[in-house]
Write a protein of this length. Structure first.
Ligand SMILES: Cc1cc2nc3c(=O)[nH]c(=O)nc-3n(C[C@H](O)[C@H](O)[C@H](O)COP(=O)(O)O)c2cc1C
Ligand code: SF4
Ligand code: SF4
Ligand code: SF4
Ligand code: FES
Lengths: 935, 434
């Protein structure tokens, strides 16, 4: 608990170096300068005078309701008490915050707040980090004069699966309702009643289902709102807290990870100015339960006689090494091994795996994306925008999936740019999204025809697609011509080849040469994985295989001979001619080699890949499957070896978000059992392959990344260590790029605005030693053995030390590129095109292993244009039969007028009435066409 | 000379049983004021109202002409008529709404023309069932008559008027809460400053909010000239005003009285007005301007019914409600009753008002029911002080709207005037009046 009256930190939301007009006023007798238009409470705080408050929140509009912040302000009719959160600083005004009158008013408000407050602090989750408690201690009366019966409400009532409400504790500050209405844009909670019966509640029968509900729990200045997963689980003073980055998606929100007895107890948002403004989505906030899961894999396992049995790491890695060697040999080249996944790795893990795969094994068939992203060159080669630049642009063009479902806090930021700022949104999408109501224009396109729409925007002479309204198109052209344009690019549908979207993006990139781009690729550290080269044709640091060949050969000793396969092709190749459901037999494979061994890094293609049939064929067809995982998923049943890996909060390192922002991951937990950090598994596997990566600690990995990966050049550990870099550093470093977004020397901790985040531990750059930071004794011993030659001559290449002076850094990718785009040939005029979109809560591991979230996974219907539904004679809610060349499902159809005719949509990786959408998608086809029939 | 010979400016018609009909209205000079106004320039109409020195009749007494002049220039502006009248013992607008709806509409149209507003909302208290019916019917008739709508009386001026019922919250009479309510939101008053409705009002557009009675004066002023109105009354308080007289009087009711020229004694005792206190009892105290106003005692009975005169004596004419308490009235119970009203009607936004009103009510209840404590009087005054620091008149405010600082008025008065009565309650463990 801090005494806010005496220890004050300057407000962080208003930069002191303000360009606009300044105002000078007198604060308790001192001359103070503030920005014109700034609220008194913030100006005073920056000047070191903390004015107590409850309803004021630096990230929301002032309402001036709690009246805790009353101070005396001079005016034409003398000084009067004014709410300092609602009064702008005025030139020459005199402000008194410490007079008897002010003190009496503030004490009075506190006393009023306490008369009906239950004061059940001993059993209240907020106790110990409660702004009411803290400010009462600092300002409040010592004892109560209230002898009457306090207000009573039923304690507590659930207002969603995640949030409980205790109305007796509520002080009616409206932080939660303002968050819901203003920030999230969903007024699902509001006041009801009047006077001292004023209460927060939901609307009858409608739960507080917002994806952002946890934020209200965090900013509630009392314990009125509590989170189901945290309730009664700890007292705040017993918790360790370390600052880190959420890796549930690639927005990279900054978090305080709080833990006790080697378990995460909760995650709280940290107000990182360039990224999340303190907000988190509920998935990111609550997904930590999967880390605590009882089901965590704790020991390496190898399949023996059909069953996975626990073995030592040594044995497991020997089996892996043998399996990979065998596959290489059988396929006649390194292309016999395919490596899939990597978005759950740290940058250090991704680099180490890339070095192992490309530098030791020599395979380029490596892909961190699971057929759900975009061609990596295109993404990495586009000039990058930051989130702030997107929010502050004139126009943002969004060609991606529903951002609220995929990158939730980016949705909040963009929405705020539109609602609170001057940002105009042009949306290109096959269906309506959560952003559609905020769009200046939302243009529809037929799956497969994004390029046609992009051309129509880029070129006034180009024909307008039938799906786009001409007036809207004209407006889109006008907005695209604005000065500052940022284009957000992602994957609108998993049933549409990413290359088709990439082509449209390149059309826009060529037509709008000043535009910058924000990738909307969703998976945790997918951007870091791609930056580290976990993609065919790429090497670390946003470098192409050919341009980087010399540089990395010099550093690593070897790089792949030719471009390898992406995930879809790897799976297709692995599936080979084994037959089974709808297999296309003996398709020639690029560079000849059939993939026979699959190394799957922290992913499960059985749930994550769009084409389920292809995955099943691949797993059946592959000779050898290695799964590096933290939880047993469906994949375990098919794996020959399972290697347990450390999870978020158990490993130090860095991660890279959609902006290219590199931030530090905090480590507070010991990984369970025998699991290892990601980088270490690769490093030791190298030893078992008879090689040495010369990477002995996370710090060494980082140092090598900084030295070798051009886009990361200059981002040394000491740069990452600077206090100003706690919000991360955007790569590549430009001259001015180490943006010290936070006040030097301290974190932006405002425990009144974001209760619970206090004195959070800052871990610096990746450590050299320490828990999970250093190599195991096993690696050292093996390395010694390898050095003694006991393992025999290296078979698959040995790295040379990277210490040799390196010259001629290769150039970073710079698009636009020529990419191979499949041709879309409509099957027939009866077929409809499928859109497969993502939902925040799906059957992915981050949700499925988290009990409170798993219950929120929705059942998805098939959305159909109402006219198409009419033509079928099916009413909304009726059954429809959906047929592909190989399968058919009976689904529930609902009318969705946002869809163009002949387009149907449903959601990926969530239950349908029958099967999943992955049963319908053919990943080799550019678009998925279906026939709708009455069942 | 208890009652002056001043003309009945706004109640002249209500003697007729059919005073609410268009026929009666037209037969008694109805809509002539509007015709006359439409022939004038809007500026000339505003000038007449300025000359009349018509003070707002809704409570704050702000000059109507000045308020109109403050309306920010904007392509869209609104006029909103406040007919939410929900204060206990205040029922003067009720009379105007039920008995002379056309006069209200004509006034509204004149104001709309003067301020060049093309959309008006008349917000009426939801419980005014008959009033709502009559105003709506009158409005329909006025539309048919060509007095409302497009191109009124061929003048080229057009305005639409919509009647909107409130949903039963006193706070929606506060003009910014009223605007929120009209917008379909909770009736939470908005913070002023910085923005008053004349700058940012309904749907964010500049808006004039005026009371029903204020509006009802306009036809007469336009027809007879601002100076004729200003010739009545004295000082800033010109013309006549309606007073709703209630409590211990023989003839409770609404009376139209020339301002300043008449005193509280006249209002309470004149045979044609209040007709005196029943049962020959003595006057104990009276509330001069609604439950928000500090009380007066017998010593103030000769004060004239003038805005500044009453203000100088430490209270206000407020909502135009005068409540008389005879010497059998328990001051504790009376102020408890008023406090209870505020404790139910506070919108609950601001801490001092939300919590303070309830707390005060609970203390008052304790004292009245015999559970008072010695230090309760100090506690009451200190809690009051935390809502309205200094307990001055006019009060200092720690809250968003003036409902908050209105809460202490009755308690402050009662303690100041009848401290002994409180002590008796406390010492004897109950109410001496039974
Ligand atoms: C709590 C509260 C309740 C009010 N109720 C009413 C009301 O019922 N009718 C009314 O005309 N004014 C009411 N007012 C005053 C209005 O806010 C506003 O001053 C008035 O409508 C302006 O009209 P006027 O200038 O014509 O008097 C109330 C004010 C407060 C603070
Ligand atoms: S629930 Fe919490 S945040 Fe919401 S109004 Fe009550 S005290 Fe404020
Ligand atoms: S938006 Fe993404 S990074 Fe932010 S909290 Fe949610 S899952 Fe985590
Ligand atoms: S003073 Fe009372 S009624 Fe007025 S806004 Fe505040 S809480 Fe609501
Ligand atoms: S009124 Fe200013 S902080 Fe609540």
């Amino acid at each position: 608990m801090v005494d806010r009256a005496t220890t004050t930190e300057p407000a962080h939301t208003v930069p002191p170096d303000v360009a606009e007009g300044q105002v000078t006023f007198t604060l308790d007798g001192r001359q103070v300068t503030a920005r014109k238009g700034e609220m008194l409470i913030a100006a005073a705080e920056r000047a070191g005078t903390f004015i107590p408050r409850f309803c004021y929140h630096p990230r929301m509009k002032s309402v001036g309701v709690c009246r805790m912040c009353l101070v005396e302000v001079s005016g034409p009719r003398g000084a009067s008490l004014q709410p300092s959160c609602f009064v702008e600083v005025a030139e020459g005004s005199e402000v008194t915050t410490d007079s008897d009158k002010v003190k009496k008013a503030q004490d009075g408000v506190l006393e009023f707040l306490l008369i009906n407050h239950p004061l059940d602090c001993p059993v209240c989750d907020k106790g110990g980090e409660c702004p009411l408690q803290d400010q009462t201690l600092a300002h409040g009366p010592g004892e109560t004069r209230f002898v009457e019966e306090k207000r009573h409400f039923e304690k507590p009532i659930p207002i969603s699966e995640l949030v409980l409400l205790d109305r007796e504790r509520c002080i009616q500050c409206s932080r939660c309702t303002r968050f819901a209405a203003e920030v999230a844009g969903e007024a699902q909670i509001d006041f009801i009643g009047r006077a001292d019966q004023l209460e927060i509640n939901i609307f009858p029968g409608l739960p507080f289902s917002s994806y952002f509900s946890g934020n209200t729990v965090q900013i509630c200045p009392v314990g009125a709102l509590t989170a189901v997963p945290y309730r009664f689980s700890a007292r705040p003073w017993d918790l360790d807290q370390v600052e880190s980055t959420c890796t549930t998606c690639s927005v990279g929100c900054r978090v305080a990870v709080q833990s006790s007895s080697n378990r995460v107890t909760r995650l709280l948002g940290i107000d990182a100015d360039p990224v999340n403004h303190g907000w988190l989505c509920d998935k990111g906030r609550f997904a930590f339960e999967s880390v605590n899961s009882e089901d965590r894999l704790t020991e390496p396992m190898v399949r023996k006689a059909g069953r996975l049995v626990t073995v030592s790491w040594h044995e497991a890695l020997d089996v892996v090494a043998d399996g990979l060697r065998a596959a290489t040999k059988k396929s006649g080249g390194p292309g016999g091994v395919g490596v899939i996944g990597g978005a759950r790795l740290t940058n250090e893990g991704a680099y180490t795996w890339a070095k192992l795969a490309k530098g030791i094994l020599g395979t380029d068939s490596v892909d961190a994306q699971l057929g759900d992203g975009l061609p990596a060159e295109v993404v990495l080669g586009l000039p990058r925008a930051t989130i702030d630049e997107a929010v502050g642009a004139d126009t943002v063009i969004v060609l991606s999936g529903d951002i609220r479902e995929e990158l939730p806090v980016l949705f909040l930021r963009l929405r705020s740019g539109i609602v609170d700022g001057d940002l105009s949104l042009v949306e290109l999408s096959p269906q309506a999204t959560a952003l559609t109501p905020h769009a200046a224009v939302s243009l529809r396109y037929l799956p497969g025809a994004a390029t046609e729409l992009a051309k129509a925007i880029a070129d006034h002479g180009a024909p307008a697609p039938a799906t786009a309204d001409p007036t809207d198109l004209a407006e889109a052209r006008r907005l695209a011509g604005a000065d500052k344009v940022v284009i957000v690019v992602g994957r609108p549908s998993l049933a549409e080849d990413g290359a088709l979207v990439a082509e449209a993006v390149q059309v826009l990139a060529r037509a709008l040469p000043k535009a910058t781009f924000l990738p909307a690729l969703r998976r945790g550290n997918v951007m870091g994985a791609l930056d580290m080269g976990l993609s065919p044709g790429l090497l670390p640091g946003r470098v192409g295989l050919e341009p980087g060949r010399q540089w990395f050969t010099q550093a690593w000793g070897k790089v792949p001979d030719e471009r390898g396969l992406g995930t879809t092709e790897i799976l297709e190749s692995a599936g080979g001619s084994t037959g089974g459901e709808g297999a296309r037999t003996d398709k020639p494979h690029r560079n000849g080699a059939r993939v026979r061994a699959l190394v799957i890094l922290g992913a499960d293609p059985l749930t994550d890949f769009p084409d389920a049939g292809m995955v099943r064929r691949a797993l059946a067809g592959a000779d050898f499957v290695v799964s590096v995982a933290s939880l047993p998923g469906p994949l375990s049943a098919h794996a020959d070896v399972v290697l347990p890996v450390a999870e978020a909060h158990e490993r130090p390192g860095t991660t890279t978000n959609i902006e290219g922002r590199i931030s530090r991951l905090g480590q507070k937990l010991v990984q369970p059992g025998q699991s290892w950090p990601d980088w270490m598994i690769a490093a030791e596997l190298a030893v078992h392959l008879g090689a040495d990566l010369h990477l002995d600690s996370v710090a060494e990995v980082w140092d090598e990344i900084e030295r070798l990966a051009p886009a990361y050049r200059g981002i040394t550990r000491s740069v990452l260590d600077t206090p100003g870099a706690t919000d991360g550093v955007v790569a590549p470093l430009t001259v001015t790029a180490v943006a010290f977004s936070r006040r030097p020397g301290s974190a932006p901790l405002d425990p009144i605005a974001f209760p619970g985040v206090e004195s959070v531990e800052q871990q610096g750059a990746p450590p050299r030693a320490g828990l999970a930071g250093a190599r195991t004794a096993g690696i050292a011993a093996n390395a010694a053995n390898a050095a003694n030659g006991s393992k025999g001559a290296p078979e698959v290449g040995a790295g040379t030390s990277g210490d040799a002076a390196v010259t001629n850094q290769p150039p970073q990718l710079a698009g636009p590129f020529e990419i191979t785009v499949p041709r879309v040939v409509p099957t027939d005029s009866y077929s409809v095109r499928l859109v497969a979109s993502r939902r925040l809560y799906d059957r992915g591991a981050a949700v499925d292993a988290v009990p409170v979230l798993a219950g929120l996974i929705p059942d998805s219907p098939l959305r159909v244009n109402p006219h198409d539904l009419d033509d079928l004679g099916i009413g909304t809610g009726g059954n429809v039969k959906v047929r592909t060349a190989t399968t058919s499902l009976v689904l529930v159809a609902v009318a969705d007028p946002s869809l163009p005719r002949k387009v149907v949509a449903t959601d990926f990786n969530v239950p349908l009435a029958e099967g999943t959408v992955a049963d319908l998608i053919d990943a080799t086809a550019p678009v998925t066409e279906l026939r709708l029939e009455t069942p | 000379m208890p009652v002056t010979g001043a003309p009945k400016i706004i109640t002249g018609r209500i003697g007729h049983a059919d005073s609410h009909t268009l026929e009666r209205y037209l037969a008694t000079g109805g809509y002539d004021g509007l015709r006359k106004a439409l022939a004038m320039t809007p500026e000339a109409v505003v000038h007449e109202i300025d000359t009349a020195s018509l003070l707002g009749r809704g409570g704050a007494g702000f000059p109507a002409g000045r308020k109109w002049a403050m309306l920010r220039q904007s392509p869209v502006t609104y006029l909103v008529v406040n007919g939410d009248e929900s204060e206990p013992a205040t029922f003067k607008d009720h009379l105007l709404v039920e008995r002379d709806p056309h006069q209200l509409i004509e006034g509204v149209l004149i104001a709309a023309y003067a301020t060049q507003v093309s959309q008006v909302f008349i917000y009426l208290r939801g419980e005014f069932a008959l009033g709502l019916e009559r105003v709506q019917a009158a409005l329909n008739d006025a539309y048919s008559h060509g007095a409302v709508g497009n191109d009124i009386f061929g003048s080229g001026f057009s305005v639409d008027v919509v009647v909107h019922p409130g949903a039963g919250a006193y706070i929606c009479g506060e003009e910014t809460a009223l605007l929120e309510s009209l917008e379909g939101k909770r009736g939470f008053p908005r913070i002023k400053p910085p923005f008053f409705p004349a700058a940012i009002g309904l749907y964010g557009e500049p808006t004039v909010v005026n009371n029903v009675e204020t509006m009802s004066n306009l036809p007469w002023i336009v027809l007879n000239g601002g100076s004729a109105f200003a010739a009545l009354g004295e000082g800033r308080s010109t013309g006549t005003r309606l007073f709703a007289l209630a409590g211990h009087v023989n003839r409770p009711g609404v009376f139209e009285i020339e301002m300043v020229k008449t005193t509280f004694r006249d209002l309470i005792h004149a045979p044609v007005l209040g007709g005196g206190i029943p049962h020959g009892r003595e006057l104990k105290a009276f509330i001069p301007g609604g439950v928000s106003a500090p009380w007066f005692g017998p010593d103030e009975i000769d004060l004239p019914l003038g805005q500044d005169e009453v203000a100088d004596a430490g209270s206000m004419l407020g909502s135009g409600s005068v409540v008389v308490m005879d010497d059998h009235t328990c001051a504790v119970r009376a102020s408890w009753r008023i406090t209870k009203f505020f404790a139910r009607e506070s919108c609950g936004q601001c801490t001092p008002c939300r919590e303070g009103s309830g707390w005060l009510e609970k203390i008052m209840e304790r004292i009245e029911t015999g559970n008072g404590r010695e230090d309760d009087l100090d506690l009451l005054l200190d809690v009051c002080d935390n809502i309205a620091p200094g307990l001055t008149w006019p009060p200092q405010q720690t809250t968003i709207c003036v409902l908050g600082p209105s809460i202490p008025s009755s308690i402050g008065s009662a303690i100041q005037m009848f401290r002994d009565e409180f002590l008796v309650h406390i010492k004897e463990g109950g109410c001496p009046y039974g």
